[in-house]
Design a protein around this ligand. Sequence first.
Ligand code: SF4
Length: 290
Amino acid sequence: MITEDLVREVALDLLRRTVTRLPADVEKGLKDAFESETEEVPKMQLKAILENIKLAKDNVKPVCQDTGITIFYVSMPTGVEIDVEKAITEGVRQATKEVPLRPNAVHPMTRKNPGDNVGLRMPYFNYKFWDRDYLEITVMAKGAGSENMSKLAMLTPSQGIKGIKEFVLNEVVRASGNPCPPTIVGLGIGGSADISGKLAKEALMRPIDQPNEDPEIAKLEKELKEALNELGIGPMGLGGKTTVLGVNIEYAYCHTASLPVSLNFQCWAARRGTVQIHPDGTVKHITHEG
Ligand code: SF4
C-alpha cells in the first residue's frame, strides 16, 4: 500500500541515489568522451570527472558540492488519497540533513536561507495524472552553474531552423566553460515563452542515447550536437572535442506568429533519478538500481 511514510522514505532514498550516482547513459557518455579525446588537457579533465564519479559512488557522497535545487515530476494514478507533495517535501528536508544536500534554496529577494531546501514552491512539482496503477517520481537536482546560463529567444517564424541553430550556437559560445561542460543542451521549441522553458527542462530528463521519436527533430538534435562539438570549447571550457554530451529537444505547437525557443543547460553532473511505487508497496528503481 502507498503511504505517506513510504513516499517520504522513497524520496529520501531517491535523492541519495541521484546526487551520488549519475544515470548510466551520462556516465557512458563521459567514458566515450574520454576515449574520443586525443589531447592531454581534455583527457585530464574527463579523467578527473570520471574519478570523481567513482569516488562519489564508492563513498555514497554527492558528485558535486552544489547538490542543486530539487525539481520533481510526479505521475499520479487515480485514487491516491495521501498527500504526496507533503511526503516528498519531508523527504527533501530529511535528505538535506542525512545525505547531506547543500542547503541551496533561499528567498529570492531577502536571500534568507531556511537551511532545509524547502520554501515557497520549493521543491518544485510538476504533475501528470495517468491511468497506470503506480506512482512514479522523477527528480532533477539542478545546480546553478548550468541553470544560470539558460536563455529564451522569441524568434520570428521566418527565422526558422536557421535561426534556432544560430541561437543555440551563440548561446553555447556565450556560456563557454560556465555550465561545467561537457553539457547536455535541453531545447524547448514552440508553445509560448513559459511552455518552451518547461519543455527545455523536460528535454533534459530524457536519456542522451534516446533521440526524439520525431525523425525531423532527431535529425536536428544530431546536427546540433555535431556542430556544437566543432566549437572546441571542450571539457570544463579548456578546449577539446567534447563540448556537449547530447542535445535533447522537446516541442509544442505554437502561434502562427511566434517561434519561442528556450535553452536549458545541464552540466556533466546531470543528476536525474526515477522511481516507481506500486500499489502493494513494491519500490522499483528505474535509473538507479542496486
Ligand atoms: S554546474 Fe554542475 S558540476 Fe558545475 S558546480 Fe554546478 S552542479 Fe557542480
